[in-house]
Design a protein around this ligand. Structure first.
Ligand code: PMP
Length: 394
């Protein structure tokens, strides 16, 4: 039986990590992998997480199963964080998931159960796991234009033109903030236009929000999600706690499914629990419990928000420093978009050949689509990167 299996395509980022490890140059720079790193290249456990873990160790009396959809307190805390009071609580079904990826997978399975012929619209480009899971589930997929490589900004006209082709019953996958891989995002006026298109087409938005607090601030980064969710009858949201709580390996996420009225909520909720049951039964609880403790305790929450804000401002400063260094090195403002981008990533907007040249000649590692992890930079490496970009003729 096992001999029937074929090799699966290797994950490009994991390949890149391996090549980076094997590169002997001490000037090498890793901008590939998608985790936050501080100035020392470390991905630390956040202080509030450490404090919550200490408290939990003292107070936890059982590790018996949680609920199939996770703990109601976790659902409430996360609904509060992502949606605030934008949507009445009684319209929202929610289930804890295995990371944000698990929430995406469950959301798509829910769509497939409810509407097997739905087309899922994804941005071009998007996080590669999106098309990969959609294809694996055998669902229909279409792309909408998103990035304009020349300006480094969103191709908003192209995006609107494509989204207007969506049909009622289709699902439009949107990044709530900090678009991965481009770093280019819509402003609120543009989000209002997206809402208008959603209303006109009758397509259902599905928002993936994995970087709340990494862009313009916790509330600011949730504004688009709240606007969309409060403006349409139905909305799906997959949220991840991996980045903003720094708990990548705890696998903490949540799926929210908002129905038109409160009457449909119990059925949706039962379907979310059913899907968890089919896939893994009970969701992981450790990370979800830490998140709940932090979000519901004033001291822990303040500690968390303070550190998250430091992380956010640190990345913003790296962006400005890189854009400045490139302005000096190129004698032009053509890389100014890097300071406008938000989140952990920016797409430089160059060819795979140039990305390979940066790696071969300068030991700079980024994904072949020219996505850079801004958090992989520091004050020492920024001038090296800027010089390499210009030396390569980008
Ligand atoms: N969506 C996007 C766009 C992401 O970049 C990520 C993390 N790489 C996720 C969702 C989910 O991450 P996780 O499963 O680790 O929570």
């Amino acid at each position: 039986m096992l001999s029937n299996l074929k090799l699966q395509p290797q994950d490009k980022i994991l390949q890149l990590i391996q090549m980076f490890r094997e590169d002997p140059r001490d000037t090498k720079i890793d901008l590939g992998v998608g985790v936050y790193k501080d100035a020392n290249g470390l991905t630390p456990v956040m202080r509030a997480i450490k404090s919550a873990e200490q408290q939990l160790w003292q107070s936890e009396t059982t590790k018996s199963y949680t609920g199939l959809a996770g703990e109601p307190a976790y659902q409430d805390a996360m609904i509060g964080l992502v949606l605030g009071a934008a949507v009445p609580r009684n319209r929202i079904a929610a289930a804890a998931s295995v990371g944000g990826t698990g929430a995406i997978r469950q959301a798509l399975e829910l769509v497939r159960m409810a509407s097997p012929d739905a087309t899922i619209w994804i941005s071009n480009p998007t996080w590669p796991n999106h098309p990969s899971i959609i294809k694996y589930l055998g669902m229909k997929m279409a792309e909408y234009r998103y990035f304009d490589a020349d300006s480094g900004a969103v191709d908003f006209d192209g995006m609107c033109e494509d989204l207007a082709q969506a049909k009622a019953g289709d699902v439009i996958l949107l990044h709530g903030c900090c678009h991965n891989p481009t770093g280019a995002n819509l402003n609120m006026t543009q989000w209002s236009e997206v809402v208008r298109i959603l209303q006109a087409t009758g397509a259902t938005p599905f928002i993936d929000i994995a970087y709340q607090g990494f862009g313009d601030g916790l509330e600011e980064d949730a504004a688009a999600t709240r606007l969309v969710a409060s403006s349409v009858p139905e909305c799906l949201i997959a949220a991840s706690c991996s980045k903003n709580f720094g708990i990548y390996r705890e696998r903490t996420g949540i799926l929210m499914a908002i129905g038109e009225t409160a009457a449909s909520q119990p059925v949706t909720q039962a379907n979310l629990a059913f899907l968890n049951r089919q896939n893994f039964s009970f969701p992981p609880d450790h990370g979800a419990r830490l998140v709940t403790m932090i979000l519901t305790d004033d001291t822990l929450r303040t500690e968390w928000q303070t550190e998250l804000e430091q992380v956010r401002l640190g990345m913003l400063s790296l962006r400005t420093q890189l854009a400045d260094a490139l302005r000096v090195a190129s004698g032009s403002d053509r890389f100014g978009f890097l300071a406008q981008h938000r989140g952990m990533f920016s797409r430089l907007g160059t060819t795979p050949e140039m990305v390979e040249k940066l790696r071969a000649e300068h030991g700079i590692y980024m994904v072949s689509d020219s996505r850079m992890n801004i958090a992989g930079l520091n004050a020492r490496t920024i001038p090296i990167l800027a010089k390499a970009i210009i030396d390569c003729g980008i």
